[in-house]
Design a protein around this ligand. Structure first.
Ligand code: NAD
Ligand code: TYD
Length: 357
């Protein structure tokens, strides 16, 4: 039986990954979810699996050496899947320090604790793996048409968020090169799906359409992101853990580039189509909700992943096309209005008002 230590499992991608893993392996695995429960972490995301015998939760900060060491001491961990991070670019522009602390120092601490726990003579525990979950934003911004991010593309991060993730990637690589530490890195494009906190483009737009609020599009709305359904990312991570080569990095993306304004219009059209015709919200749902607002500082123009390596070496392919994925996502938000009400109460209101004033 494999034991996974998942950091940040109460967040968006981490909670989807835990669902994916129990859905696939059932009681043949153990998962210890280590999360500090920041504004982005929510145990409600794991309600339906919290009683599984293979699941346990530890509230801890990834920067806390004693707490993380205790998790390794109490459990015979085989795999670390490291999601925990500050993940929102806009917040990083306003408050960069916490990004350096969590994303850089936190990753360093996770590496140190895993290294101590796994050291055996001059090697490491048989089969141990440290999967560092990173982003395509480390590569910077694409300019030319038909250009893509490859694993060999030089890092050129622009935001405090992407700079902190790039730093953490370099530290992971340094542990591989220096100690022969059994780590791998995935660099994925923008995810969407259930449980995404409404500070990112897609859930903010879904929530605002449903509540009749304006839809804040930054700049000219023509920035391009490469969108991947979150369960396809979860599948990629599992496959890289199983079949990836130690020390390698794998780009993950679904060839689904869209301008932000296209995404916003698709959301408006799809919600209109999915709501019953006599739903009273139909009257206010139209493109007039779109409001162009001041551009993000240092806004990257285009991200696009070449997933050739993970496809040819590991056999990963995305399964969910955007048309299906966005319907599944919107359906989830329709059915979880109380989740949205809870996560948008309290501090969120203040964040939203300051961000979109
Ligand atoms: P998220 O913000 O939804 O979740 C982050 C989780 O980490 C939360 O549960 C939070 O409580 C936890 N956390 C934060 N600081 C912590 C700390 N100091 N100690 C312990 N836990 C802490 O993020 P997400 O969107 O699920 O992203 C997860 C990972 O995937 C991140 O590393 C991110 O860089 C990467 N990633 C995200 C995307 C995307 O589109 N969202 C794309 C590619 C890669
Ligand atoms: P986001 O979801 O924050 O992801 P990232 O910045 O990590 O790619 O933003 C996706 C794109 O949407 C990005 O180009 C910024 C833009 N955007 C808006 O236009 N309005 C918004 O309210 C938000 C949150 C993002």
């Amino acid at each position: 039986m494999k034991t996974y230590l998942v950091t940040g499992g109460a967040g968006f991608i981490g909670s989807n990954f835990i669902h994916y893993m129990f859905g696939k392996y059932g009681d043949a695995i153990k998962i210890i979810n280590v999360d500090a429960l920041t504004y982005a972490g929510n145990l409600e995301n794991l309600k339906d699996i919290e009683d599984l015998p293979g699941y346990s939760f530890v509230k801890a900060d990834i920067c806390d050496k004693d707490a993380i060491t205790e998790v390794f001491d109490k459990n015979d961990v085989d795999v670390v899947v490291h999601f925990a991070a500050e993940s929102h670019v806009d917040r990083s522009i306003r408050d960069p320090e916490i990004f350096a602390r969590t994303n850089v120092i936190g990753t360093l601490n996770m590496l140190n604790c895993a290294r101590s726990a796994w050291e055996r003579g001059d090697g490491f525990k048989e089969g141990a793996r440290f999967l560092h979950v990173s982003t395509d934003e480390v590569y910077g911004s694409l300019t030319g048409e038909g250009t893509y991010f490859y694993e060999t593309t030089p890092y050129d991060p622009h935001s405090p968020y992407s700079a902190s993730k790039a730093s953490s990637d370099f530290i992971v690589k340094a542990y591989v090169d220096t100690y022969g530490f059994p780590a791998l890195i995935t660099n994925c494009s923008n995810n969407y799906g259930p449980y995404q906190f409404p500070e990112k483009l897609i859930p903010i737009m879904i929530n605002n359409v449903l509540s009749g609020k304006s839809l804040p599009v930054y700049g000219d709305g023509k920035n391009v992101r490469d969108w991947l359904y979150v369960m396809d990312h979860a599948k990629a991570i599992d496959m890289v853990i199983e079949s990836g080569r130690i020390g390698e990095k794998y780009n993950v993306g679904g060839h689904n580039e869209k301008q932000n304004i296209e995404i916003v219009k698709i959301i408006i059209d799809t919600i209109k189509d999915m709501l019953p015709e006599d739903d009273k919200r139909q009257a206010h749902i139209n493109y007039d909700l779109i409001t162009y607002v001041e551009d993000r500082k240092g806004h990257d123009r285009r991200y696009a992943i070449a997933p050739d390596k993970i496809s040819s070496e590991i056999g990963w392919e995305p399964e969910t096309c955007f048309e299906d994925g966005i319907r599944l996502t919107i359906r989830w938000y329709f059915d979880h209005r109380e989740w949205m009400d809870r996560v948008t109460s309290g501090d969120y209101q203040k964040y939203y008002e300051e961000m979109y004033k």
